[in-house]
Design a protein around this ligand. Structure first.
Ligand SMILES: CC(C)(COP(=O)(O)OP(=O)(O)OC[C@H]1O[C@@H](n2cnc3c(N)ncnc32)[C@H](O)[C@@H]1OP(=O)(O)O)[C@@H](O)C(=O)NCCC(=O)NCCS
Length: 415
């Protein structure tokens, strides 16, 4: 069976996390992703957080599946010519260098257009145009400037960053959508275009509901589903909401049996209005179903702390999985707090290809996250990440270079 992006060639000039997540997705959909790395060194993550001496790190291998690697010194005049040949052959150039790096290399948008007017040039940058556009940005910086950190954590503590890499992987995902959209438009216009995903914008897009709440707060001065109501105070900006749900159905994280020694013995519990009577029955508070102080969502809002404390008295008598099983019988929405160990060992995630075991010639077998987006006509096979420069000769030959020319370029350090 063919793949959705068969025939699309990507010049992958990405490094670290944000760009590589984008090109990895495109590779999983069938694009030929040619990763250009600095001769001799490669993507810096190859050696970051190494767990096995001299083997590519998990940081690198888990972000660069299904790609080919060529090493080119793009500051060497002859290396530049090789890059030009690649630009002429590829459909998309993806990069996440610091602002201006591509221009300094001599590959401005105008130059790239001269070489290939159909080329789509896709970039991740920290900020869009404006006062900060020249700044370098990493994951947690993006979380802080995109509104995630100020709205994450508890009211009485400092801002908190989340473990989900919404700045890097989140922006890579946004960029991938921009690229396939530009490819689609190109089928009608015949022209390439620039695609920009700024990390601040990507994080803010994922924090959309918090900008919603900012405006609600300005209008009403209070948000009744936030834990600050009715016992705390609201300031001028959206406060940190702890584990409150963020939507119209109140929720909280509650202790389960074993919480004293297991840091993940907790469950997320949602007091969804349509199943309120069932909740009352399950936890043995049948009287709440008819008591006007508890029977309606509005009446419950000022009592959420007390209500969750009562529900927790019940969840503490069950393990998180027992609680999940009982609650699901009654359609009560909930979710056990799964540790990474539990996720790594989850059979159903392995069956769907969301967790995959991959073999690597240097590091051996390791687990990775497969393609989370499943296409029925374009299934994903996850293959290992390339060794540094593993495909230099192969790609050079495809570009028309002879064996002698390749050796000559290698001798002068261009590849
Ligand atoms: C991530 C980031 C902070 C890293 O910064 P950095 O380590 O200084 O790396 P840069 O991107 O600036 O690139 C370093 C240099 O390598 C050069 N380089 C890269 N590939 C090369 C190659 N194959 N041959 C020769 N030189 C190469 C670049 O031209 C640049 O040179 P210059 O500074 O002289 O112009 C920065 O790239 C950035 O802000 N990127 C955009 C936002 C982003 O993606 N952040 C998330 C990272 S997960």
């Amino acid at each position: 069976m063919g793949k959705a992006l068969d025939g699309v060639r990507i010049l992958d000039f990405t490094h670290v996390q944000s760009g590589p997540t984008c090109t990895q997705l495109l590779a999983w959909f069938g694009a030929d992703v040619i990763k250009v790395e600095r001769a001799g060194a490669g993507d810096i993550t190859r050696e970051q957080l190494r767990d096995i001496p001299d083997a590519d790190s998990l940081y690198f291998t888990m972000l660069n599946h299904n790609k080919r690697s060529v090493t080119i010194d793009t500051k060497n005049p002859e290396g530049k010519l090789v890059l030009e040949a690649l630009i002429q052959k590829c459909d998309v150039l993806v990069e996440n260098f610091a602002p201006g790096a591509l221009d300094r290399m001599g590959f401005t948008w105008e130059r790239i257009q001269e070489l290939n007017p159909k080329m789509i040039v896709a970039s991740v940058k920290g900020f869009g145009p404006g006062p900060y556009e020249d700044c370098k940005v990493y994951e947690n910086v993006a979380q802080c400037v995109g509104g995630a950190a100020s709205t994450t954590g508890f009211d009485d503590g400092p801002p908190v960053v989340t473990g989900a890499q919404i700045g890097d992987s989140g922006t890579g995902l946004h960029l991938a959508l921009g690229i396939v959209t530009a490819l689609y438009q190109r089928t009608m216009t015949g022209r390439g275009q620039k695609v920009l995903a700024a990390m601040q914008d990507g994080v803010l897009n994922l924090c959309r509901v918090k900008l919603r709440d900012q405006q609600r707060l300005e209008r009403t001065g209070v948000m009744k589903e936030y834990p600050q109501y009715p016992n705390g105070t609201f300031g001028e900006a959206v406060p940190r909401a702890g584990n409150a749900s963020g939507g119209g159905q109140p929720g909280w994280i509650l202790k389960c049996k074993g919480w004293e020694h297991d840091p993940n013995a907790y469950i997320y519990f949602i007091t969804q209005a349509p199943v309120w009577v069932k909740i009352c029955n399950v936890i043995g508070k049948e009287e709440w179903a008819t008591d006007p102080e508890y029977a309606t969502p509005t009446a419950r809002l000022p009592r959420l702390k007390e209500i969750f404390a009562e529900i927790e008295r019940w969840t503490m008598t069950k393990t998180k999985f027992e609680a999940m099983e009982i609650l699901n019988k009654y359609d009560i929405p909930c979710g056990p707090i799964l540790s990474m160990k539990e996720i790594a060992e989850d059979d159903s995630l392995r069956k769907t290809g969301t967790i995959v075991e991959v073999d690597h010639p240097v590091r051996g077998k390791y687990l990775t996250v497969g393609n989370p987006i499943k296409l029925s006509d374009s299934p994903t096979d996850v293959t290992r990440s390339p060794l540094l420069g593993e495909h230099t000769d192969e790609v050079m030959a495809e570009l028309g270079y002879s064996r002698e020319q390749i050796e000559a370029l290698r001798t002068v350090g261009a590849i």
